[in-house]
Design a protein around this ligand. Structure first.
Ligand SMILES: Nc1nc2c(c(=O)[nH]1)N(C=O)[C@@H](CNc1ccc(C(=O)N[C@@H](CCC(=O)O)C(=O)O)cc1)CN2
Ligand SMILES: Nc1ncnc2c1ncn2[C@@H]1O[C@H](COP(=O)(O)OP(=O)(O)OP(=O)(O)O)[C@@H](O)[C@H]1O
Length: 189
């Protein structure tokens, strides 16, 4: 399937999920997420889910329960050049609604960190394939960001749907996932 087709199909499918179903699926995703090896993870870049995306809050709560010292970072996007910066949040961080309705930490209340300091990235996506390639919103934010991350950074995708066979129009910038978690199971690539 082509990225453009997958984007259209999975945006539609995601919007059609009933709210109660989504809550159940978020629970199942948390159960599989708990099987990930988290021992050496000190800094995680997650994302603040928009209403149709897999909710990351239960995963963050779980990771903080396991390791209260864990640093949690969120991206701040610059739509003028397609780049993102990771900022570490704390109790005193406030979130503000950016363009496109995404919640982002107020930069005045969070601390910017370099991409090399991140051990795990929870990556938003619209769909993924059996080799771990993903389709996002098509702006390349994550591929551009991951190009600067350490090669051993663990990339975890979250999806309400099973993988497609193959993203046919992969390009040289596409960074495949190490894991993708669905309500059904965890995929390791
Ligand atoms: N929660 C979340 N945060 C994120 C991303 C994401 O996918 N999800 N990003 C991943 O790159 C970056 C922001 N990039 C984005 C790129 C494009 C659009 C976009 O085109 N939005 C559509 C509406 C999408 C919809 O509701 O279906 C639009 O504005 O028309 C949004 C975010 C960083 N933060
Ligand atoms: N490291 C990079 N350097 C320069 N351009 C890049 C880089 N990564 C991606 N791009 C550009 O970004 C555009 C979007 O890529 P693609 O269609 O793979 O998006 P996507 O993976 O769906 O989006 P996203 O990463 O935002 O979720 C492509 O035109 C690609 O050329």
């Amino acid at each position: 399937m082509l990225k453009s087709e997958a984007r259209k199909l999975f945006s539609k499918k995601r919007k059609e999920i009933p709210y109660q179903q989504r809550l159940k699926w978020d629970d199942l995703i948390l159960i599989h997420f708990q099987k990930l090896p988290l021992l050496d993870i000190r800094t995680v870049l997650t994302y603040a889910a928009m209403d149709v995306e897999v909710n990351t809050d239960p995963l963050v709560d779980y990771m903080l329960f396991r390791n209260p010292m864990l640093q949690i970072a969120y991206p701040i996007s610059d739509f003028s050049n397609g780049t993102m910066q990771a900022v570490v949040v704390s109790q005193s961080t406030s979130f503000i609604k950016s363009r496109r309705g995404i919640l982002e930490p107020d930069p005045a209340t969070a601390v910017a960190i370099p991409p090399e300091s991140i051990d795990m990235v929870i990556v938003p996506l619209l769909c993924f394939d059996k080799d771990g390639y993903r389709v996002g919103y098509g702006k390349g934010f994550y591929d551009r960001y991951l190009a600067h991350a350490r090669p051993d950074v663990i990339k975890v995708g979250l999806s309400y749907f099973d993988p497609i066979d193959k993203v046919e129009d992969r390009n040289e910038f596409d960074v495949p996932l190490n894991y993708c978690i669905t309500p059904e199971r965890m995929y390791e690539f």
